[in-house]
Design a protein around this ligand. Sequence first.
Ligand code: HEC
Length: 148
Amino acid sequence: MRKSTGVLVAGVVGLAFATGVAVAAEKDIKMPRVPAGELQKAKDTKSPLKMTPDVIAKGKAVFEGKGTCFTCHGQTGKGDGPAGAALDPSPRNFANPEFAKIRTEGEMFWVVKNGSPGTGMIAYAPAMINDEEAWQAIAYARSLGGAK
Ligand code: HEC
């Protein structure tokens, strides 16, 4: 009995991988998410807000409230939220310090405004949050990776 259960579990795990049900990997952080033609403009876009404790606190409220970001990106931004578990690629891990070094705030803003084509990340502004709230949420996300 034991043996056959083991085989069954292995089979189910194998099937999960084959059908993409298993938790997927993130896309390479070195790969820009903004299309080439718009990349430079996105990189040059600067937040109108400073990374003050007040802005970060407001961003946390957006992230965990109105923006629903936490459902996919996770309560601590690690990309491990329940609604993101089945997504391939998986939601970005904002707690990775390398991410905030490679990705500019302007590129992140572009994704919040346009979505990341071909992924579960859809456009959240202006449908659910306004531009100011988007910048606040981005400040909070970047703070999780140690950005100042
Ligand atoms: C339904 C799940 C889901 C929700 C809700 C969600 N995201 Fe995402 N997000 C994703 C996925 C999946 C990716 C990875 C896309 C990729 O790798 O291109 C992503 C990527 C991103 C990126 C781009 C990271 C990069 O590599 O440049 C940003 C910025 C982002 N999300 C911000 C947010 C913010 C802010 C919110 C809330 C307003 C939010 N997301 C809500 C699923 C979600």
